[in-house]
Design a protein around this ligand. Structure first.
Ligand code: GBH
Length: 485
């Protein structure tokens, strides 16, 4: 009797994801200039252990080997980002050497039969533009559009899947309001302005790219979550969950799919910072929302964990979040009064994020029901992954990481995607975050998310057990169903 398996649809894409600043290194090579992350990493206390991306995984020099590794692992697609300050140093004129790196990388991928999935912005704004206000300055949106068109000019003949932004919530509220990410500002006003200009940049770029080339797959990737109230009958708990959903999810989904900002959240923020909302309302020009709502071909969903919140403080405070413990930071949520995180007893990763695969199913169902379904926009899970305390051991001369926890994390989230498909959701791919251990932003190299282990002294790559398990699933295009009982 053969074990039961759950197959994936034949066109379902399996991949892995990375981002430029987190893996490339070569920070000062071939004309690249500083991004806001190079500058932020020099601020004392901003990044744990004073780590930075100067070398990272040295992928800039090792991309050939890395692509060969992806091929051996059986990946069908690879999601990477391009570095704006490599391609247009200081945000200005094109740097042919910088562009050439991405040409070589995509050619290598195509030769290996791996579909390139290109993200134009994964948080690394040229520092020269930050000095002019960064994303709080409307001009940045226009410069982003120029950069997008440059990239299309260079790579439009070989890259079909284009993503404008990765997680604009992080590039706005985590960066300009919480101060946890570059540029490290703590202002509600800057957060709402940045979010609007990021969305505008996205919409303008999609519009212009579409006008140039109707054959592209254009999309955006959002970090989305499910916010569950501790007690669904308690109005204060429900209100906390509403505000988390509104600030993480609806603040971005509503303008993109409905050409409007969520009125309840606008009023919540006005109540805590009227000046910020006044500036925001002035920043939203006639026509902006129409641009932001330009139709898309794909929505990328990054899902890591759920949110379990209430209106009253838990007896034991829950640790977690994106801030390394030794640096005080503001809340990324402008309206955070009486939002408290509770613990529902789920297992947690070393980021202290709860492992809640069932939340991914509900999230995908909800996003399709409320947003993408009517427009027939397919979903892709463009990131999902976990940091664990890996132990590298040498066995028979080979470096091994027996990360059973991460392998299980991958299996249960792939299962959650199959559950969403069973519920009728059009979800067409999965990218594990991340291919490689890498520079985990404010956490430096302390947190490892890879299915491939990186030895930062030797730059040696070793596929972890989770990577082997993922390869096996990709080869079988199915999940084993655990025996009942
Ligand atoms: C991704 O973001 C990034 O795209 C990637 O670059 C990064 O390496 C990877 O995750 C791993 O961190 O404010 O306490 O509610 C993940 C972003 C993480 C955003 C958790 C929301 C909520 C923490 N998300 N976060 S809290």
């Amino acid at each position: 009797m053969s074990a039961r398996t759950r197959p994936f649809p034949t066109d379902f894409l399996f991949g892995a994801a990375t981002a430029a600043y987190q893996i490339e290194g070569a920070a000062h090579e071939d004309g690249r200039t500083d991004s806001i992350w190079d500058a932020f990493a020099r601020v004392p206390g901003a990044v744990i252990n004073a780590d930075n991306g100067d070398v990272a995984c040295d992928h800039y020099h090792r991309y050939g080997d890395d692509v060969a590794l992806m091929k051996r692992m059986g990946l069908q697609t690879y999601r990477f980002s391009t570095s704006w300050s490599r391609v247009r140093p200081d945000g200005g004129a094109l740097n042919p050497k910088g562009v050439d790196f991405y040409k070589r990388l995509t050619d290598e991928l195509l030769d290996a039969g791996i579909m390139p999935w290109l993200t134009l912005y994964h948080w690394d704004l040229p520092q020269a533009l930050q000095e002019k206000g960064g994303w709080t300055n409307r001009d940045t949106a226009d410069l982003f559009t120029e950069y997008a068109l440059d990239m299309h000019e260079a790579l439009g003949d070989r890259v079909q899947a284009w993503t404008t932004l990765n997680e604009p919530w992080c590039s706005s509220f985590l960066s300009y309001t919480a101060g946890i990410h570059a540029p490290g500002h703590e202002s509600v006003r800057e957060g709402v302005l940045a979010a609007h200009h990021l969305l505008l940049a996205h919409g303008q770029a999609v519009r212009e790219l579409r006008a140039r080339d109707s054959g592209l797959q254009l999309g955006i990737t959002l970090n989305l979550t499910v916010a569950d109230p501790v007690d669904p009958t308690d109005p204060a708990d429900l209100d906390a969950a509403r505000r988390i959903d509104g600030q993480f999810n609806r603040w971005f989904l509503d303008p993109i799919f409905r050409a409007a900002y969520p009125a309840d959240i606008v009023e919540d923020i006005r109540a805590v910072d009227a000046e910020a909302i006044a500036a925001f309302e002035q920043a939203v020009h006639p026509g902006d929302l129409e641009a932001i709502a330009t139709p898309l071909d794909a929505l990328g969903v990054n899902y890591y964990h759920g949110e379990f919140v209430g209106g009253s403080a838990p007896a034991v405070p829950v640790t977690g979040g994106d801030a390394p413990t030794d640096r005080p930071a503001s809340s990324p949520f402008p309206s955070h009064d009486r939002i408290h995180w509770h613990d529902r007893g789920l297992p947690r990763t070393t980021m202290h994020w709860e492992v809640q695969p069932e939340g991914l199913t509900r999230l995908l169902v909800r996003v399709q029901e409320d947003y993408t379904g009517a427009k027939q926009v397919p979903l892709y899970v463009t990131e999902n992954g976990a940091a664990y305390d890996d132990v590298a051991v040498v066995e028979d001369g080979e470096v091994r990481v027996h990360d059973a926890d991460r392998a299980e994390f991958v299996r249960v989230h792939l299962g959650a995607i199959l559950d969403a498909q069973d519920a009728g959701v059009d979800v067409r791919g999965y990218f594990y975050w991340s291919l490689l251990d890498n520079f985990e932003w404010a956490w430096g190299y302390e947190k490892r998310f890879g299915i491939v282990h990186v030895d930062y002294d030797t730059q040696q790559r070793s596929v972890k057990d989770s990577g082997r398990e993922y390869s096996r699933i990709i080869a079988e295009r199915a999940l084993d169903v655990p025996p009942a009982g």
